[in-house]
Design a protein around this ligand. Structure first.
Ligand code: CO
Length: 187
């Protein structure tokens, strides 16, 4: 991830340098570099929803691809976050067909000791808050809530999780907590 950021900065610097130094520079060449920058930006956008071009790389330990379905189930019961990643990405897709209003899903990470109370408190927060109390410090990480056929992603700093603490991930949609939850292993 850091390498991509450096590449983005380097690419932006190059385009600026080209524009400043060489007014007669080949237009098609400049355009090519502009396209590179746009692609890189889309891949690294921190909380962009529904990025159609983003895909999970299964060989990358610093990300996980989660799905939720119309049966109120995630595809995984646990995933591991290595502290050494610095930044970790959760790709999340609602692979069901039902809309957000009746079968919305998200991914919230909280301490195991606080998760159930957080889920219960969130039920009255409303769909406009993704059923999470606004500005609640118990929410360590969360994706947007998405309906069937929609995807989202979140990048978080691994500093928010500590080794030796027990964490869970769960869906904050009312009633989903009991079937949509799993373990986040921090190592
Ligand atoms: Co759900």
């Amino acid at each position: 991830m850091k390498n991509k950021r450096y590449f983005l900065l380097a690419a932006l610097g190059f385009v600026t340098w080209v524009n400043a130094q060489d007014a007669t520079h080949n237009h098609a060449h400049q355009h090519m570099h502009t396209a590179d920058v746009t692609t890189t930006e889309a891949e690294t956008a921190p909380t962009t929803e529904s990025v159609a071009t983003s895909t999970a790389d299964t060989d990358n330990d610093c990300q996980v691809a989660l799905t939720g379905d119309d049966h109120m189930k995630y595809n995984l019961k646990s995933f591991t976050v290595p502290k050494s990643c610095g930044e970790f990405t959760i790709y999340f897709e609602n692979i069901g067909k039902l809309p957000k209003a009746s079968m919305g899903h998200d991914v919230v990470i909280a301490k195991k000791t606080e998760a159930q109370a957080l889920a219960m408190d969130g039920m009255s927060a409303g769909v406009e808050n993704d059923y999470i109390p606004p500005d609640d410090a118990r929410v360590l990480v969360k994706t947007a809530m998405v309906g069937g056929g929609e995807k989202t992603e979140v990048i978080f700093n691994t500093d928010v999780l500590e080794k030796g603490e027990d964490y869970v991930f769960f869906c904050s949609f009312p009633g989903h907590y009991f079937t949509m939850k799993g373990v986040v292993v921090v190592e």
